[in-house]
Design a protein around this ligand. Structure first.
Ligand code: DCP
Ligand code: CA
Ligand code: CA
Length: 361
């Protein structure tokens, strides 16, 4: 399966402010030169009705949405990363192996889980969608196929909130009418070149002489195009390891050297991290703080524990000590603070079940 979170950055903004849901929402990368210079990062589907999409200039988006209730917001990558992490962690639990690609996509190999049945895979995909909608209020599209290539194209074919299953015997029928540029690796230039060869659809490409493709595009690309067009792909889903640290960073209300104000913020971050530790059932062996000063210089301090811990009080105490110590060693005002725990371990390594202390016969 390929899971791709719907209109992701804009969906995150709707999540923290549901009143945005019935308005066009545009997330912009503001270059800062003038108020409207920059490009659209993404937009919700309401805004897309007005032909507003990733990559177009912001001034054009503004013009196209004139007279609507459109809301324009700057990218808040940290927030989107948190939502992504949470969702990816939930998704991971449904897969035999799991590979995240980018901030809003992941491949799930579920072959064992569904014992090779595409019917069961469809049911599982629907269950994952329902579970995650209920628990995290996030929607996404899923493509199910016999390999990664087909799953990805299947997912792209129905968005948002789509579920598309392509069984092995349906692959040729599904792929052949699609334009060639739906294949990964076929960009605008290659598509134009293919058009001169009268290759417009994936079906055209699938039927094209592979020797000729090799002559034109070289051995690697030529063979790849031939296989891809025929739905052949043997890339395994490659397990990506869970992040081995958890961190949170936040901007202070004002630039300051006031320890109370700083600790107020780090306490919040610490609690947040601790919640995640509990959720993931992991302990930490290292605690660090990060400070970004008014001159934007970045400083960090950390402390390693003798044995793993998962206690909020311990965490808070170390963060407080590190913060106080850092303030004494620095002169500038602090603009942003962060907290990080690392060297994570599974919880059972610190809290063995009682029975394990009894001798076994
Ligand atoms: N993104 C970006 N600039 C681009 C493309 C994407 O900043 N040119 C960011 C914003 C998107 C996120 O990456 O929310 C994920 O990209 P997708 O291509 O998956 O697009 P969306 O998730 O926004 O929409 P869709 O519902 O089509 O998947
Ligand atoms: Ca997406
Ligand atoms: Ca994506």
């Amino acid at each position: 399966m390929l899971v791709d979170l719907d209109y992701f950055f804009a969906q995150c903004e709707e999540l923290r402010n549901p009143t945005l849901k019935d308005k066009p929402v545009v997330i912009g990368v503001y270059s800062g030169r003038t108020e409207n210079s920059g490009a659209v990062s993404t937009a919700n589907y309401l805004a897309r009705k007005y032909r507003v999409k990733s990559g177009i200039p912001l001034f054009l988006a503004k013009r196209r949405l004139e007279g609507t209730e459109a809301v324009f917001l700057p990218v808040d990558y940290e927030f989107y990363r948190q939502i992504s992490d949470k969702t990816m962690r939930a998704l991971r639990g449904y897969a035999d192996s799991f590979e995240q690609v980018g901030i809003d996509e992941a491949y799930l190999d579920v072959t064992q889980k569904v014992q090779g049945s595409f019917e069961a895979a469809k049911d599982l995909a629907q269950k994952i969608k329902d579970d995650i909608k209920n628990q995290h209020k996030i929607t996404f599209s899923v493509g199910v196929g016999p390999n990664k290539l087909v799953a990805k194209i299947a997912c792209d074919s129905q968005k948002p909130n789509g579920l598309t299953v392509v069984k092995p015997e349906e692959v040729a029928f599904f792929l052949s009418p699609l334009p060639v540029d739906r294949l990964i690796g076929v960009g605008r230039k290659i598509a134009a070149k293919m058009e001169t060869l009268r290759i417009k659809t994936i079906g055209d490409l699938a039927g094209y002489d592979v020797q000729k493709l090799v002559e034109i595009f070289g051995k690697n690309l030529g063979v790849y195009f031939h296989n891809a067009a025929n739905g052949i792909d043997n890339e395994p889903v490659q397990e990506t390891s869970e992040a081995e640290s958890i961190s949170r960073i936040s901007t202070l209300k004002e630039n300051t050297r006031d320890l109370t104000l700083i600790l107020e913020k780090t306490d919040q971050l610490t609690e947040d991290i601790h919640k995640e530790l509990l959720q993931r059932n992991v302990s930490f062996k290292q605690v660090g703080i990060i400070a970004i000063m008014t001159d934007l210089s970045i400083h960090s301090r950390s402390q390693t524990l003798e044995k793993p811990a998962n206690d909020l009080e311990i965490l808070r105490k170390i963060v407080r000590e590190l913060s106080e110590k850092f303030l004494n060693e620095s002169e500038l005002e602090i603009r942003r603070v962060g907290v990080k725990v690392s060297r994570l371990g599974k919880e059972e390594t610190i809290q063995k079940p009682l029975t394990s202390f009894f001798p076994t016969k």
